[in-house]
Design a protein around this ligand. Structure first.
Ligand SMILES: Cc1ncc(COP(=O)(O)O)c(C=O)c1O
Length: 461
C-alpha cells in the first residue's frame, strides 16, 4: 500500500468532508430526516436504517436499483435486508398483488391461498411437515421458543455468541461481543443487547461459543434444563460467518442425544441459500426452523416449520399452545408469498447463478484487497456478502473486534457516492437474480475504487 502516510490521522477529516458531500447530494432527504427527528426515535423506524449524516429517503425501486427523492440512483445491495430476494417489483409478484387487490386485502377467515401456500412451504422445507404463520421473523422466533418450551417442559434456551434472532427479549443477548464483558471464548457471558431486557431472563439464557467444540460440552452440562439451541445456518447480522456443515452435523448429534431441540433460524437463509434453505444446503435437519423476509415476496411474514409430532404434542397440552394473530396469513401477503414460491420452485437455476455470481464478487474483492495489501475482507456465501475492515481470517464474531470502524465508515460513505446502497456499516448485503453480471461488474468496480480511496487516498475527500 502506498501513500498511506497520514491516512489514519486524516481519516476523520475525510469522513467529515464526505458526510458533507453526501448531504449536498441528498438535500430533500435531509429535510425529511429533520421532520422525522421530531416524531421517531433518533428519526428512525428501525435502527438498522440509520446513516450519518442522514439516510436517503426512497422514491422508487426497480429490479436491482433504488432511487432516492433527490433523484440519485443506487445499485441496491440492501434489498430490504434480504426481503427482496428477486429484486424490486418482480413482475410475478406485482401481478399477483394487483389481482388480489381486486378481491380483498385481508378476510379474517380462511381462504384457499393459505392452503396452497402451506402445501408449497412443506414441499420446499425438508425438515418441516407442519407450518405456523405469523407476521415477522421476530414473532416467529418468539413462537418457536414457546413451542420448544411447551414440547420439552424446559425453560432455558441457548444461542450462539454473535447470533441474531430478532429484537425480542428472549434472544437479544450477546449479539456483538464486547471485549470488556464477553468472558472467556469457551464460556461467553450473557450480555444484554438492549435496554429494557428482564434481568431474571439471564438464568434462562445460555450463550454458546461460536464454532467452538466447547459449545457441545455446555449443551451436555445444561441439557436437563435446556429446551432448545438456536442457530443461524449462516450467521447474518453477526458478520455473515459460517460454522460449516461438519459443525452443524455435530450440533445435531449432541442436541438429539441430549433431548434438546435444535432450531435453525432461517429468517435470512430460508429459500435463499437453496429452495430448502440452510437445512438443505448443509443437509442437516433441525427439529424446528423459523422463516421470514423473502418468503412473503416483499410483504410482511414470519413462519415456523416444524415436525408434526412436536406441534401435535404442544396442541394436546392443557392449556395447549396458542396459535393466533390478526394479521397472520393475510390475503395480500399470501398472494405475494405464493407468487414468490411459484417462481423459485420453477426457477432452480437462480440458486446456482447466485452461488456463481456471489463467488465471483467475493473472489474479486478479496484478491484485490490482498494484492493491494488493504486490511479488508469479504465474507459470505451464495447471494449473502459482507465487507469487514480487517485482514483475514474473519471466522468468529470475536475476530470482528479488530475491525477498523472508522475505515468502515469512510468506506460506506464512499460507496454511497459511488451509487451503491449497502446497509449502513457493519451489515450483511445481498445480490439478487435482478443484478445482472454487468451490475455485479459495476458493483465490483465501485467496491475497488472505494477501497483505493479509503486506504490509499490521493487529494481531497
Ligand atoms: C436471523 C434473523 N432472525 C430473526 C430476525 C427478525 O426478523 P424481523 O426483522 O422480520 O422481525 C432477523 C432480522 O434481521 C434475522 O436476521
Amino acid at each position: 500500500m502506498q501513500g498511506n502516510k497520514g491516512n489514519i490521522l486524516n481519516r476523520q477529516k475525510r469522513i467529515e468532508a464526505l458526510k458533507q458531500v453526501v448531504g449536498e447530494r441528498t438535500p430533500k432527504s435531509g429535510e425529511a430526516f429533520e421532520r422525522a427527528l421530531g416524531v421517531y426515535p433518533n428519526g428512525e423506524i428501525s435502527a438498522a436504517r440509520g446513516f450519518d449524516p442522514w439516510p436517503f429517503y426512497a422514491a422508487k425501486g426497480e429490479g436491482p436499483y433504488i432511487w432516492d427523492i433527490d433523484g440519485n440512483r443506487y445499485i441496491d445491495c440492501c434489498m430490504c435486508y434480504g426481503v427482496l430476494q428477486l429484486g424490486h417489483r418482480p413482475p410475478a409478484v406485482t401481478e399477483a398483488l394487483e389481482l388480489q387487490l381486486q378481491r380483498g386485502i385481508h378476510y379474517g377467515c380462511p381462504h384457499t391461498e393459505e392452503v396452497a401456500f402451506g402445501e408449497k412451504f412443506v414441499e420446499c422445507v425438508p425438515g418441516a411437515d407442519r407450518v405456523v404463520l405469523c407476521n415477522s421473523g421476530n414473532e416467529a422466533i418468539h413462537k418457536a421458543i414457546s413451542i420448544a418450551r411447551a414440547y420439552t417442559g424446559k425453560d432455558k434456551i441457548a444461542k450462539f455468541e454473535g447470533g441474531f434472532h430478532g429484537s425480542n427479549e428472549y434472544s437479544m443477548w450477546s449479539i456483538y461481543p464486547d471485549p470488556e464483558q464477553m468472558g472467556p471464548i469457551d464460556r461467553p457471558n450473557p450480555i444484554p443487547h438492549a435496554a429494557g431486557m428482564i434481568e431474571s431472563q439471564r438464568e434462562n439464557i445460555l450463550i454458546l461459543p461460536f464454532g467452538e467444540e466447547a459449545a457441545f460440552d455446555l449443551i451436555e452440562e445444561n441439557a436437563h434444563e435446556l429446551a432448545v439451541v438456536m442457530i443461524e445456518p449462516v450467521g447474518g447480522a453477526g458478520g455473515t460467518l459460517m460454522m460449516g456443515e461438519e459443525y452443524l452435523r455435530l450440533l445435531r448429534e449432541v442436541t438429539e442425544r441430549m433431548s434438546v431441540l435444535l432450531l435453525f433460524d432461517e429468517v435470512i437463509t430460508g429459500f435463499r441459500l437453496s429452495l430448502g434453505g440452510g437445512q438443505e444446503y448443509f443437509n442437516v435437519m433441525p427439529d424446528i426452523a423459523t422463516f421470514g423476509k423473502a418468503l412473503g415476496g416483499g410483504m410482511p411474514i414470519g413462519a415456523i416449520g416444524v415436525k408434526r409430532e412436536i406441534l401435535m404434542k404442544t396442541l394436546q397440552l392443557d392449556p395447549p399452545l396458542s396459535v393466533a394473530g390478526t394479521f397472520s396469513g393475510n390475503a395480500m401477503t399470501l398472494a405475494a408469498g405464493n407468487a414468490f414460491l411459484d417462481y423459485v420452485m420453477s426457477h432452480p437455476r437462480i440458486y446456482t447463478e447466485m452461488e456463481e455470481r456471489g463467488d465471483y464478487l467475493r473472489n474479486s474483492f478479496n484478491e484485490y484487497a490482498r494484492t493491494k495489501g488493504y486490511p479488508a475482507t469479504m465474507t459470505g456465501v451464495g447471494s449473502m456478502w459482507q465487507v469487514h475492515m480487517a485482514p483475514p481470517p474473519i471466522v468468529n464474531p470475536r475476530d470482528r473486534i479488530k475491525e477498523d470502524a472508522q475505515a468502515l465508515m469512510e468506506y460506506a460513505l464512499r460507496l454511497r457516492l459511488e451509487g451503491v446502497f449497502i446497509p449502513a456499516p457493519l451489515h450483511l448485503a445481498f445480490i439478487s437474480p435482478a443484478h445482472s453480471s454487468e451490475d455485479v461488474d459495476e458493483l465490483i468496480r465501485a467496491l475497488k475504487a472505494s477501497l483505493d480511496a479509503t486506504f490509499d487516498p490521493v487529494d481531497g475527500p
